[in-house]
Design a protein around this ligand. Structure first.
Ligand SMILES: C[S@@+](CC[C@H](N)C(=O)[O-])C[C@H]1O[C@@H](n2cnc3c(N)ncnc32)[C@H](O)[C@@H]1O
Length: 257
């Protein structure tokens, strides 16, 4: 056991090791709450979906690795994909199915789907949770048809990412305590190299929540909690590009023929 989620944190009474997947069961009621523990995943899903092109053929398939409760689904509406989600966590998959995702319980490092079946593979906030992330990258690339698109976002393996995403963000209500193991963060250069080995030229860009929107959201949320806990009204913070990939970054690439 490397580290534990802090006792008394909003993960409930159980104290689990960092990155223990059972945390997603304890947090199952949080997925679809816009001001809940997974709020930032909603913002990131919108930004990720913006990288997904409209489908170019009938029956096009998008495979969503580590789909969680299917937060990507509303942002894909109208793009023309069948949305298949793969995840380890059954309690999350039940909710994904309720939001129109066809679900497969499985490991992103050994996906029970055929080679070249996907027009798009998405791996949102997944790789930094997978000890053998190169295996998950190999699987993502294997699933893509030639010309298919890989989209992903993850946390970089840097000191600043460990500071911002763990030490600071876990004190804010946007990131559950203990959800990340910083030892699993994904070196951006190694990720690009791994994708290239599997026929995908990945382009990266740094991203972050827009600061003003984030502060307004935190204030609205705190006010709502003080006044009987209604969800905050108003737009969720936007995820915007940033020059540095040192903390959070998106990747997009096309599978070669
Ligand atoms: C931070 S959540 C992200 C969920 C979703 N992609 C989103 O952005 O809303 C990470 C998800 O990855 C799943 N996960 C972690 N390791 C996995 C693995 N090896 N294979 C499949 N899913 C995994 C967890 O169960 C969890 O649902």
């Amino acid at each position: 056991m490397r580290d534990v989620a802090a006792a008394g944190a909003p993960t409930g009474p159980r104290v689990l090791p960092r990155n223990d997947p059972r945390q997603y069961d304890d947090l199952a009621g949080e997925w679809w709450r816009p001001d809940g523990a997974f709020a930032m995943l909603h913002w990131l899903a919108e930004a990720r979906a913006a990288l997904v092109p409209p489908a170019t053929r009938p029956d096009a398939l998008l495979v969503d690795l580590g789909c969680g409760a299917g937060l990507l689904a509303p942002h894909l509406a109208g793009k023309g994909y069948r949305h298949v989600g793969v995840d380890l966590t059954r309690s999350a998959l039940v909710q994904a199915a309720e939001h129109g995702v066809r679900v497969v319980q499985g490991d992103a490092t050994a996906v029970p789907l055929p080679d070249g079946c996907a027009d798009v593979v998405s791996a949102g906030e997944l790789l930094e949770h997978v000890p053998a992330w190169p295996r998950a990258v190999a699987e993502a690339c294997r699933l893509l048809r030639p010309g298919g698109v890989l989209v992903l976002d993850t946390l970089n393996d840097t000191a600043v990412a460990r500071l911002v995403a763990v030490r600071i963000a876990e004190r804010l209500p946007t990131v559950p305590r203990g959800i990340h193991d910083p030892q699993l963060f994904v070196d951006a250069r190694a990720l690009v190299a791994e994708c290239a080995r599997h026929g995908v030229d990945l382009s990266l860009r740094g991203i972050r929540p827009q600061v003003g929107g984030m502060i307004a959201w935190l204030l609205r949320r705190a006010r709502a909690r003080r006044t009987a806990g209604a969800s905050p009204a108003g737009r969720a913070p936007r995820i915007v590009p940033t020059r540095s990939t040192a903390v959070l970054y998106q990747g997009r690439g096309i599978r070669k023929g």
